[in-house]
Design a protein around this ligand. Sequence first.
Ligand SMILES: NC(=O)c1ccc[n+]([C@@H]2O[C@H](COP(=O)([O-])OP(=O)(O)OC[C@H]3O[C@@H](n4cnc5c(N)ncnc54)[C@H](O)[C@@H]3O)[C@@H](O)[C@H]2O)c1
Length: 298
Amino acid sequence: APYIRKALSKGVCTSTVQLPGKVVIVTGANTGIGKETAKDLAQRGARVYIACRDLQKGELAASEIRAKTGNQQVLVRKLDLADTKSIRTFAEAFLAEEKQLHILINNAGVMMCPYSKTADGFEMHIGVNHLGHFLLTHLLLDRLKESAPSRVINLSSLAFHLGRIHFYNLHGEKFYNRGLAYCHSKLANVLFTQELARRLKGTGVTTYSVHPGTVNSELFRHSTCMKLLLKLFSSFSKTPQEGAQTSLYCALTEGLEPLSGKHFSECSPAWISSRGRNMTTARRLWDVSCNLLGIQQD
Ligand SMILES: NC(=O)c1ccc[n+]([C@@H]2O[C@H](COP(=O)([O-])OP(=O)(O)OC[C@H]3O[C@@H](n4cnc5c(N)ncnc54)[C@H](O)[C@@H]3O)[C@@H](O)[C@H]2O)c1
């Protein structure tokens, strides 16, 4: 019963923290959970960068957020996480433009898309959901350190419990299932968060992974079956605004620093299965990701 109660509960971020002078990036913020997260942070006075693939859709979301919050500092920049060139261009332009970065929300994601590869030949789920955000975070890390206390929030999913990191099949070379490919990428988010937290100890930059709940968004666009299930059980699903609460909680709650690396759901720390706590896999995933992305390690 407590588990069922917890699964159905809808945690709310009650933080009253205001963010004047703070700079935030939210990836994939033109729709869904990301848009609601960006709106809340804009409401609190932050300068919010909406980093998205489609500038037109981004601008539409930004003008809606500006109108609703009265905050004109909502900016749209192009970022395609399925293309490392685009990620590097975004980061370079951002670093030239902004001397500070206080909150990075790695929110964008794809789910159950048909087998396809990113511009760099990575399988789409691991490429966008993990490697794209891994590279983005790496490129912005010095700015986050200079702006400390600062935070990195990684949107994972409950689905990570079904994931596995098969290093010999990271891009679906041997076998492939698009549902599981999503789960693997979400496990990568959890492992990345823990390894990042370990490496960032003492820097003032902390990081958290998040399960937002089951949220009625565009994420399920590639799966008729999932869309149907969501419709059938719509009374159990969340609105994007409800889905944004745990990301906001991790970004805003004061005193959360000692919990860096932890996984959160319903605005509280959540259990991580043993696979998600395997630090040997987390370190190896870090090294493999650096190799794939051409990142030199010290
Ligand atoms: N909706 C849910 O029930 C649910 C459950 C668990 C986890 N999540 C996670 O929450 C996050 C937000 O999902 P959502 O439900 O708001 O879905 P959504 O589809 O509404 O939003 C995802 C965003 O990511 C963007 N995106 C996709 N590929 C991109 C790319 N290559 N480059 C840049 N942006 C890209 C999309 O354009 C979109 O704006 C995702 O990481 C998802 O895995 C969602």
